[in-house]
Write a protein that binds this ligand. Structure first.
Ligand SMILES: NC(=O)C1=CN([C@@H]2O[C@H](COP(=O)(O)OP(=O)(O)OC[C@H]3O[C@@H](n4cnc5c(N)ncnc54)[C@H](OP(=O)(O)O)[C@@H]3O)[C@@H](O)[C@H]2O)C=CC1
Ligand SMILES: N[C@@H](CC(=O)OP(=O)(O)O)C(=O)O
Length: 370
């Protein structure tokens, strides 16, 4: 997790916001990032640089609070523009990670102006005209420009899960899966991490320390909270419901039986999941390890030593899904458990969104601009 840098001195707003990368060509898209100052937006900017994603223009967009702030991307400085003041006709691709309400209001404006939107929020995920894409699973959905003009990025816990379930379904067939998540404070952005830090400091000072929670109630410091997002009438939370319905849509398995308990834990970054899967056929552990390790961008930590299992503190800022504790159950040879850890800001949000962008460019999907 690396915050964006603010340059002490900067070029003027107009110059800065329309700068062209050294590596760009006429065919590289013009890119806008809405939510550029946030945890996901900053991670996206970092990944664009490290992965060499080419653009002919880059526009950084946030709320009026950040308008005029200057961010350094690569070796250039860019001035942040308020979304109300941005002309989406200046972007071929617009990444949105500024919350659901912002996407509901501004994504239609962006698509109307001709931009293809890659949206990180829940706003359009279940829209039938909007593909919900994890490139390692269903990149073929990007062969054509979507009717809605939007490609949705799934929930941060759902992405690593479906990447493993795809390989398991293809080899053994899935009867059902039971998942418990252990989700980091960064799922609520920079302010979630700050609240975890401040509440931990206050808890260490004693019961009378002055601290007011905005996000996590009861406190997340030295605690775990079995509720993420709001409760539904079913008794499940919306986060748990997202994991069911989004997994079904991404995998193209409308009857997939996956049930979850989503839990917030006092970890800064990286979501973990304990996953139980019952298959249609008996599973051989060695073959399971081989199948999982053969999936794209997955690393299996398999009994290399007594501590060779992934944990959030160790695999933070990693671009692969880490898997450990792979074990077939003693009472049912068709069932097994595994443990996964994935960086929610990268794999669960910015990296997945950027990989969608890379696929769109590679497949020429943007050429059908309306
Ligand atoms: N964190 C995660 O793991 C995941 C997040 N997401 C999605 O991404 C969104 C952003 O997450 P994250 O980056 O972590 O959050 P942050 O709180 O760190 O950042 C929020 C960003 O949105 C901008 N923003 C807020 N309100 C407005 C507004 N009214 N108009 C324009 N821009 C606005 C902020 O700009 P400003 O600096 O001006 O306040 C900032 O750039 C989430 O709400 C969620 O929908 C999706 C999957 C995972
Ligand atoms: N709900 C996730 C983060 C997030 O924003 O998810 P979604 O995009 O599905 O609302 C978390 O708190 O860890």
């Amino acid at each position: 997790m690396t915050p964006a840098t603010t340059a002490p001195e900067a070029t003027t707003a107009t110059e800065a916001t329309t700068a062209t990368t050294a590596t760009s060509t006429a065919s590289a898209p013009r890119v806008a990032i809405v939510g550029a100052t946030g945890a996901v937006g900053s991670t996206l900017l970092e990944l664009m640089e490290s992965r060499g994603f080419r653009y002919s223009e880059l526009h950084l967009v946030a709320s009026a609070r950040s308008a005029g702030r200057v961010l350094t991307v690569g070796e250039r400085e860019y001035t942040v523009v308020a979304v109300e003041d941005f002309d989406f006709g200046r972007a071929d691709v617009a990444f949105f990670s500024a919350g659901t309400a912002v996407s509901e209001k501004w994504v239609p404006v962006a698509t109307e102006a001709g931009a293809l939107v890659i949206d990180n929020t829940i706003a359009f995920r279940m829209d039938p005209d909007t593909p919900l894409v994890v490139p390692q699973v269903n990149a073929h959905e990007l062969d054509r420009r979507p009717a809605s003009g939007v490609v949705a990025n799934p929930n941060c816990s759902t992405i690593p899960l479906v990447r493993l379930l795809r390989g398991i379904e293809d080899r053994w067939g899935i009867r059902n899966a039971v998942v418990s998540t252990y989700q980091a404070a960064s799922g609520l952005g920079y302010s979630g991490v700050e609240e975890l830090q401040e509440s931990s400091r206050a808890a260490l000072q004693g019961p009378d320390a002055d601290f007011e929670a905005n996000h996590f109630r009861p406190t997340l410091a030295f605690n775990v909270i079995p509720k993420i997002d709001r409760f539904l009438d079913s008794g499940f939370t919306l986060e748990e419901e997202k994991m069911l319905r989004e997994s079904r849509k991404i995998l193209g398995m409308p009857h997939l039986d996956v049930t979850t308990t989503c839990v917030r834990v006092p970890v800064a970054n990286c979501h973990s999941e304990a996953v139980y899967v019952e298959c249609q056929e008996p599973v051989d552990r060695a073959e399971l390890v081989e199948v999982l390790a053969g999936l794209p961008e997955v690393r299996v930590h398999d009994r290399e030593s007594a501590t060779a299992f992934p944990t959030p503190a160790v695999v933070d800022s990693s671009d692969v899904v880490h898997v450990g504790r792979v074990r077939v159950t003693q009472n049912n040879p068709r069932a097994f458990w595994l443990w996964l850890v994935a960086d929610n800001l990268r794999i669960g949000a910015a990296l997945n969104a950027l990989q969608i962008g890379e696929e769109i460019v590679a497949r020429g999907t943007l050429e059908a601009r309306p």
